[in-house]
Design a protein around this ligand. Structure first.
Ligand code: PLP
Length: 418
């Protein structure tokens, strides 16, 4: 059946039947109040909060359910809950599952705001976190498990530093202890099937490639069993999680072209990464599809492709200010957080990295690149002139604002915002 192939399934998911009268796409439904024919009908439908029923605004509408089904299809799970942001897609399941006295293992390379949530809210609520080397061996990870360890968290590849994790091993250790494996799978959208590799709860920032146009903030949590769905759904409703149907509708529109955008951005990013790897200014390219990336062997084994986000480590003689001067000089790469949109971005990352275990130091200053849909040759030409600025052989010519990364080190800041 050709319908078994991903692209076809994505095209058909949450659509009207191919042959029927009516618009192709689901409706954009805004609403709070839902009317019932009788009090008895209201009581009956109210019991079905685990199903895709239009019960009340917070419980979701046709628009939310359509997007949830599309994300579940992409992730290969059975149920999905849309929430207000990618960060909420991390905090909601952790609050739904964890309780006071629990202990969780989190990779040292985790997305900065996830770390902040563990160290602030979860710590206050009595949940302890231990950070582990994202490339830890199985026996050392097993040794970190305590009787109270109820969750292992994974993010693969790691934020900013791109260590690819051995997810099936994490699942083995978690499940041997009766713990759940949570994974932030934002980078691996489409190319990593979390439930085939033992993940229990998969997290997506739809803000990135599903939205795809830098115009929404949205998150999704997907599970693959009815039992997990009952926990997730209760947690999301109890926490009052809701997302704007307008944003869901935009995410659904973005999802329809996900495969072509991803394929092009994967190709372009690999071309740029390969070009950079040969440059004398570059010490190492942190692109999971290249052997120079830590954990590349796990990418090769478990992923079917890559997205357009990767890191560059410069030779040690190029300091942080030089990397900022290069970023300032780039004409096609904006300086900004987030990724997965149509536009290219560059972000000096060294000063935004927090580590407990001392991982993620690669011997030089780092720049993270998100490759957009501009022509690859134009992007490479832009990087070429940027490298001349890095070397101090050219001056920054454009009037970009001064690099603000130095301010990101203390207090509340968008540090680690990816
Ligand atoms: C961006 C990002 C998030 C958070 O998404 P928001 O929608 O910006 O809250 C979470 N995890 C990863 C890996 C991200 O890159």
């Amino acid at each position: 059946m050709t319908e078994d192939r991903f692209e076809t399934r994505l095209s058909l998911a949450s659509r009207r039947p191919v042959k029927s009268h009516g618009y192709v796409n689901p409706k954009l439904v805004r609403g709070s109040t839902v009317l019932y024919p009788s009090c008895a009908a209201r009581r009956e439908i109210g019991k079905r909060r685990l199903e895709q029923e239009e019960i009340y605004g917070l419980y979701g509408s046709e628009t939310h359910f359509a997007l949830e089904n599309v994300v579940a299809e992409i992730e290969g799970g059975t149920h999905c809950q849309i929430v207000s942001s990618g960060l909420a897609a991390i905090t909601v399941p952790l609050l739904a599952w964890l309780k006071a006295g629990d202990h969780m293992l989190v990779p040292d390379s985790v997305y900065g705001p996830t770390r902040r949530f563990c160290d602030s809210v979860l710590a206050r609520y009595g949940v302890a976190t231990t950070y582990y080397d994202p490339l830890i061996a199985e026996d050392r990870l097993a040794a970190l498990m305590r009787p109270q360890t109820t969750a292992i968290f994974s993010e693969s590849p790691g934020s900013h530093t791109f260590e690819v994790q051995d997810v099936p091993m994490l699942a083995r250790v978690a499940h041997a202890h009766g713990a759940k494996l949570f994974m932030d799978n934002t980078w691996g959208i489409r190319t990593f099937q979390p439930f085939r590799h033992g993940v229990d709860v998969s997290i997506q920032a739809l803000t990135k490639y599903v939205g795809g146009h830098s115009d929404i903030v949205l998150g999704a949590i997907t599970v693959a069993t009815d039992e997990d769905w009952a926990w997730l759904r209760a947690g999301a409703l109890d926490l009052g999680q809701y997302a704007s149907p307008d944003d869901c509708w935009l995410a659904l529109r973005g999802a329809r072209t996900l495969t072509v955008r991803l394929a092009e951005q994967e190709r372009a990013a690999l071309a740029v990464a390969t070009w950079l790897a040969d440059r004398p200014e570059v010490l190492r390219v942190l692109h999971p599809a290249l052997p120079s990336c830590p954990g590349h062997e796990f990418w090769k084994r478990d992923f079917t492709g890559a997205c357009g986000l990767f890191g560059v480590v410069f030779q040690p003689e190029h300091d942080y200010d030089a990397v900022c001067a290069m970023a300032d000089a780039l004409r096609l790469f904006g300086i900004g957080a987030s990724w997965g949109g149509y536009e290219s971005l560059a972000l000096p990352t060294t000063n935004t990295i927090t580590r407990t275990e001392g991982t993620g130091r690669f011997g030089g200053e780092m720049l993270r690149l998100q490759i957009g849909l501009e022509h690859t040759d134009d992007l490479i030409a832009d990087l070429e002139q940027g490298l001349a600025v890095l070397r101090g052989q050219a001056r920054t010519t454009c009037a970009s604002p001064p690099c603000m990364a130095g301010e990101l080190q203390d207090g509340f800041s968008p540090d680690g915002t990816a």
